[in-house]
Design a protein around this ligand. Structure first.
Ligand code: SF4
Length: 233
């Protein structure tokens, strides 16, 4: 069976570093992918906003919504908390489910500001406590919580998504639950950057090779390790 460590190594060799999570830079038109060892409070907030906006939609739609928020000078918790939901909804329309997401953004921003004053303060909570708190909030599921933890809070909490579960199942790990897949990865990858990269690499791999319908097994560099491909042969 292909180990997680080896899978990570092969994906990294193929695609190199993905440098998630992208954030705007002073003069950039779009969020910029760059490895950052530290984030500012506003960058952390932007990542949380992006993590909520990316629920059930493609990243290119999120970028349009983020651009709208930025142009309207609303890309911060303070500005979102002070705006009404309809105003936010109008700006984030490209990301879909905009009424729901606008309410989620506003509630999340208000919660953080009211209870902690800043994300930096909130992120000083121990990982398990912080994860439980995030998941308890309105509209924050496990995947969104782990995106926030891994990419905004720099906590070692691996993000599982439908791509991860599909790839692991096809490789031969069987049908795993969210927590099983997360545990499997965290047992083998101990470094923050490895966890950040592995999730991003799995997304890239799923979109380029391990497609839901018609996976490109013939050209896939993981083919010789893959149970699904070997049952086809
Ligand atoms: S061989 Fe096919 S099913 Fe297996 S990992 Fe590659 S693309 Fe996915």
């Amino acid at each position: 069976m292909l180990s997680i460590k080896k899978m990570y190594k092969l994906l990294l060799e193929e695609f190199s570093y993905q440098n998630w999570w992208p954030v705007f830079e002073e003069k950039s038109e779009r969020p910029v992918y760059r490895y950052r060892k530290k984030l500012t409070e506003l960058q952390m907030q932007e990542i949380c906003i992006g993590a909520i906006l990316t629920q059930n939609t493609a990243w290119q739609n999120v970028v349009k919504a983020l651009q709208n928020l930025r142009r309207a000078n609303k890309l911060s918790f303070k500005k979102i908390a002070r705006s009404n939901v309809q105003e936010i909804a109008r700006l984030i329309k490209p990301s879909g489910y905009y009424n729901q997401k606008a309410a989620r953004l506003k509630k999340f921003a208000e919660f953080v500001l009211k209870n902690f004053g800043s994300l930096q303060k909130m992120f000083s909570l121990p990982l398990e406590q912080l994860r439980a708190l995030l998941i308890s909030l309105h509209g924050i599921g496990k995947e969104t919580a782990d995106n926030i933890l891994l990419y905004a809070a720099f906590k070692k909490s691996f993000v599982v998504d439908a791509y991860t579960l599909r790839i692991f199942e096809r490789i031969g790990y069987g049908k795993l639950s969210y927590e099983q897949a997360k545990g499997l990865v965290e047992q083998e990858l101990k470094d923050l950057r490895e966890l950040q990269e592995f999730h991003a690499l799995l997304v890239r791999f799923a979109q380029n090779y391990c497609l839901r319908r018609n996976p490109r097994c013939g050209e896939c560099f993981l083919k010789k390790y893959c149970k699904f491909a070997n049952t086809l042969a």
